[in-house]
Design a protein around this ligand. Structure first.
Ligand code: ES4
Ligand code: ZN
Length: 326
């Protein structure tokens, strides 16, 4: 509990957070009622009891189905505001927040509705709570490259509200190379680039290599399998790329929180960060991710400070704002 207070007191940035993954069962019920949508469970407790993921695909099925309740701009506002209140309460000063527009536009929710609601929450939270949030648009890698490209085009009127683009969803059979053209265009439009290289997925080392060397990403989401290949560790280090690790998420969808891998990368001089991924589903916001990893990997205070500082160092912040946090 001493360590818990220490972690709570550390100023933190969160860099790997899917806003749709912050949908708590209680809010899901409130939005379902507001929108006249029927749910298969009767109570929030029942929903929570149904969360029993043993793979990425078993999680993604539940994650995408839950999004049905997100319909109006107010729904996206309420979703983001609930997260920002929670994060601010854990001393998160800055958050780069993924959103999955294709998971909503493919259900008939217009792009401006999604980003309009999210952006309004970020503006209000910065004013009222002092937490600074920004958006990263994630493409769904199990959709086609053409669909990603048209989503990129749809985002351009909102260029000033989006820091960069990412790539998430089911990695099997969907390597970074599939989206080379989309990411080249995104960079040309001024977006920064990141990609999920999920843990222990088929082809993970080749996917990390493609992201770093071919796509030339500015960051890697997860990516801790790099530790198994010295040449990948070297390439990531040489480019100064940060990794956004999500220990509790890893504990659910693969076996274990990858503590030894995270420590080895930290010791190799790679700026590793700790994040929550989908906190409403995995039952842990960012502070609990630090706590669980600290217990699992026996981290000391110096290592925890380093992880928290890394989060500001690899954040896509202006130099002036970064200095304010460090
Ligand atoms: C995700 Cl854990 C995970 N992996 C891949 N894509 C995702 N989107 C939201 N959570
Ligand atoms: Zn993720």
């Amino acid at each position: 509990t001493d360590l818990r207070e220490f972690i709570a007191g550390l100023p933190k940035a969160e860099l790997h957070l899917h806003i749709e993954g912050t949908l708590e069962p209680e809010l899901k019920f409130a939005l379902a009622r507001r929108n006249g949508i029927a749910l298969e469970h009767a109570t929030a407790e029942e929903v929570r009891a149904s969360y029993d993921f043993d793979s990425l695909s078993s999680f993604l099925t539940v994650y995408y189905d839950s999004m049905r309740v997100l319909v109006t701009a107010d729904d996206f506002y309420d979703l983001a505001m609930a997260y920002l209140i929670k994060a601010a309460g854990q001393n998160v000063r800055y958050a780069e927040i993924f959103f999955d527009p294709q998971a909503h536009t493919s259900r008939g929710v217009p792009f401006p509705t999604i980003i309009g609601g999210l952006r309004r929450a970020l503006v209000d939270a910065r004013r009222d709570l002092g937490i600074h949030g920004e958006l990263i648009l994630c493409f769904l890698r199990d959709f086609t490259a053409e669909h990603a490209m048209s989503t990129l085009m749809e985002s351009l009127p909102y260029r000033d509200w989006i820091l960069g683009v990412g790539l998430d969803s089911d990695e099997r059979g969907n390597p970074p190379a599939k989206f080379a053209e989309v990411f080249a265009r995104a960079r040309a439009e001024g977006y920064l680039l990141t990609m999920h290289c999920d843990i222990d997925q088929e082809g993970t080392h080749e996917h990390i290599r493609q992201a770093v060397e071919d796509i030339r990403v500015d960051r890697i989401d997860h990516g801790s399998n790099a530790v198994e290949r010295p040449e990948l560790v070297e390439a990531i280090k040489e480019r100064g790329l940060g990794l956004t690790c999500c220990p509790v998420s890893n504990g659910w969808v693969v076996d274990g929180m990858k503590g030894p891998e995270i420590v080895a990368l930290l010791d190799a001089g790679i700026p590793v960060t700790i994040n929550s991924d989908d906190p409403a589903y995995f039952g842990a916001y960012v502070a609990e991710n630090y706590e669980r990893l600290a217990a699992d990997a026996d981290l000391d205070r110096d290592q925890l400070v380093r992880l928290a500082r890394n989060s500001f160092e690899v954040a896509w912040l202006s130099g002036r704002e970064r200095e304010q946090y460090l």
